[in-house]
Write a protein that binds this ligand. Structure first.
Ligand SMILES: [Mg+2]
Length: 278
């Protein structure tokens, strides 16, 4: 468990949502999630909930967590659901074809976007979609190829773990299908973690020295590897979509833990060691 962060005090945390605080389609909280958040607040450890969630508005997520005694406020969550409408508005993309949940479509419609079902649009927006259909893929490809629609994604996720334990394609994977089919340029804008817009939004409102920040996540690729490259400590939790057997090659989390209870013990230990040495 020793790492270059071994003796550093952790002053702030970025906490992933799915697979860390909650799991599955119903976003059921882990049994130790409420206690974990209470611990952070009591210790005064600064945090942000960093999520790639592309299904539910922030107000719903905060309300759902609070109902489960997990005290998190809307302004403590950084989510593509808040970033996406801002950027689409800035870029004047009004007619949007959405590959995603009904909640996402309704959310965008409530903000004034015209949510279309045909290919004559300004933008194709790819999100987590559990009902993805052949016709939707066809419409998206036509929108990009024939109508010059811009491709956007809510996040760059490879996979999402379904409730039956089987992984399915995330928005990042679906985008690559569309890119290959349409010979789209290799760069697409996404509103999720490690994306330029997401990170800018996150670090602008969460002023912390990256060297004393840690990220807790079940996602080895975008989250752990991505934010380690930004200078953060990567705490990999095995409670989500990847297991210890997936830690291979250049995947090198600083710490691997099996529950939030273990994270609490680790934080107590590492900050006590820092106090003793300081
Ligand atoms: Mg996750």
């Amino acid at each position: 468990m020793e790492s270059e962060f071994g003796m550093k005090s952790i002053t702030g945390l970025l906490i992933d949502l799915d697979g860390v605080l909650v799991k599955g389609k119903a976003m059921n909280p882990f049994p130790d999630a409420a206690e974990f958040m209470t611990f952070l607040r009591r210790r005064g450890i600064a945090f942000r909930i960093v999520t790639n969630n592309s299904m539910k508005p922030l107000s719903w997520i905060a309300g759902h967590l609070q109902e489960n005694n997990i005290l998190v406020f809307e302004e403590e969550i950084v989510s593509p659901m808040a970033i996406c409408p801002r950027i689409l508005k800035d870029q004047k993309r009004e007619k949007v074809f959405v590959m995603g949940s009904e909640d996402l479509k309704q959310h965008l419609a409530s903000l004034g976007f015209s949510i279309k079902t045909d290919a004559a649009v300004d933008a194709v927006l790819v999100a987590q979609d559990r009902t993805l259909h052949f016709e939707e893929i066809k419409t998206a490809i036509t929108a990009i190829k024939k109508y010059g629609a811009e491709l956007f994604a809510m996040n760059d996720n490879r996979i999402i773990l379904d409730d039956d334990g089987m992984p399915f394609a995330g928005a990042g994977a679906i985008c690559r299908l569309l890119i290959y089919a349409t010979d789209y340029r290799d760069h697409f804008v996404h509103f999720g973690k490690m994306g330029e817009i997401y990170n800018q939004t996150l670090f602008e409102q969460f002023h912390q020295d990256k060297g004393t920040l840690a990220l807790i996540s079940d996602d080895l690729y975008t989250d752990i590897k991505g934010y380690q490259a930004e200078g953060l400590m990567g705490i990999f939790l095995t409670t989500g979509k990847y297991g210890k057997e997936d830690v291979a090659g250049d995947m090198k989390p600083d710490v691997i833990l099996d529950s939030l209870t273990e994270v609490v013990a680790f934080l107590k230990c590492s900050n006590a060691a820092q106090e003793a040495s300081g």
